[in-house]
Design a protein around this ligand. Structure first.
Ligand code: PEP
Ligand code: MN
Length: 353
């Protein structure tokens, strides 16, 4: 159920409707839009009695939502969601492309700083890096855990980059939200509903990566889990799905970008690194992702990929990342997007969160 408020409804009227919904035992999600506020109702088993709400002042109409997802849908908010960060010009979902880059895993302070320096200079505003790595083998490097998060926090302070890192369970999420700017939920955890709910109770934006065999609807429902707990700063990420094709690690499904954008107001980022698993395919697929309308990219970059402790084969050399950015800069205006300027020096230190 969706309560659409009148364009000029006051905050007081919105609050009264929310209180009414909660008094009926449901949860109210007030989502302000450019023209009007809509209030999503969740937690209802059957149909909500619309009559009382319809009569309340400031209410324009009460709509029954037939789709399984509510809060992620354009029905509740027609304009795009833009995720913003205090103390930074970085945005996700606005006109400027969100470029996230860094190593697959944080290996040392030296490694993280060497890579951060290069990606920051090239114009990335976000630094990626795993401190908790979900590896296929239990014997592979699992990440530096809290030490890795501390290194990322130092990168943040020194380069003014916003950070994104994966939480693999409740325990790691408790730490990730203290150190990072964005919590990444990995493909393997896209249907870990308890983790999604926990991320939904965080104040941090959450990026949900598409599960390896997730349909569009399952993908959107994962985001719905996060939003249903009250966290509306959700970003989606296409990272390739499992198909019979074996020339790439996964099959990057770029068609999901316009499909998501048609149904949802949430931003969608593309990960051509996990998506292809091959360094030589990352730049071509990045070009395609921007051309198809993605809101940004997340790219693995390593200064010594041959020595990388994870995903070296798909990591770009910093020079290749420079080239990728140069190409993205040319494509961006064709699709009405901008890219942060590349700088000769790292940007000034920003520490506010
Ligand atoms: C990663 O970003 O390094 C990663 C493990 O991603 P995914 O969950 O998409 O495999
Ligand atoms: Mn990786």
């Amino acid at each position: 159920m969706l309560v659409v408020m009148q364009a000029h409804a006051s905050e007081e009227q919105v609050r009264a409707v929310c209180q009414k919904i909660e008094s009926l035992g449901y949860r109210a999600h007030s989502i302000p839009g450019a023209e009007r506020t809509a209030i999503g109702i969740t937690g209802n088993k059957g149909e909500v009695e619309a009559g009382t709400l319809e009569e309340m002042s400031g209410v324009q109409e009460v709509i029954r939502v037939t789709k399984p997802y509510k809060l992620v849908s354009r029905d509740i908010k027609s304009e795009n969601t833009v995720v913003r960060f205090a103390g930074s010009d970085a945005t996700i979902g606005g006109p400027e492309l969100a470029i996230m880059a860094g190593p697959c895993a944080i290996e040392s302070r030296e490694q993280a700083f060497a890579i951060a320096e290069r990606v920051s200079r090239a114009g990335a505003r976000f630094f990626r890096g795993g401190a908790y790595k979900p590896r296929t083998s239990p014997y592979s490097f699992q990440g530096l855990a809290e030490e890795g998060l501390q290194i990322m926090a130092e990168v943040r302070e020194n380069f003014g980059l916003r950070t994104i890192t994966e939480a693999i369970d409740h325990e790691s999420l408790d730490l990730v939200e203290q150190y990072a700017d964005i919590i990444q939920i990995g493909a393997r955890n896209m249907q870990n509903y308890s983790l999604l709910r926990r991320a939904g109770r965080s104040k941090c934006p959450v990026m949900v990566k598409r599960g390896m065999s997730a349909t569009l609807e399952e993908f959107l429902m994962a985001a719905e889990y996060v939003m249903s707990e009250g966290n509306y700063n959700v970003i989606l990420c296409e990272r390739g799905i499992r198909t019979f094709a074996d020339h790439t690690r996964n099959t990057l499904d770029l068609s999901v970008v316009p499909a998501v954008q048609r149904l949802s107001h949430l931003p969608i980022i593309v990960d051509p690194s996990q998506g292809t698993g091959k360094r030589n395919k990352v730049t071509p697929l990045s070009r395609a992702a921007i051309a198809v309308g993605a809101d940004g990219l997340i790219i693995e970059v390593h200064h010594e990929p041959d020595k990388a402790m994870s995903d070296g084969m798909q990591s770009l050399y910093p020079d290749q990342f420079d080239e990728l950015m140069a190409q993205v800069r040319q494509i961006a205006p064709v699709v009405g997007r901008t890219v942060a300027v590349a700088s000769a020096k790292p940007p000034a230190v920003v520490s506010e969160r």
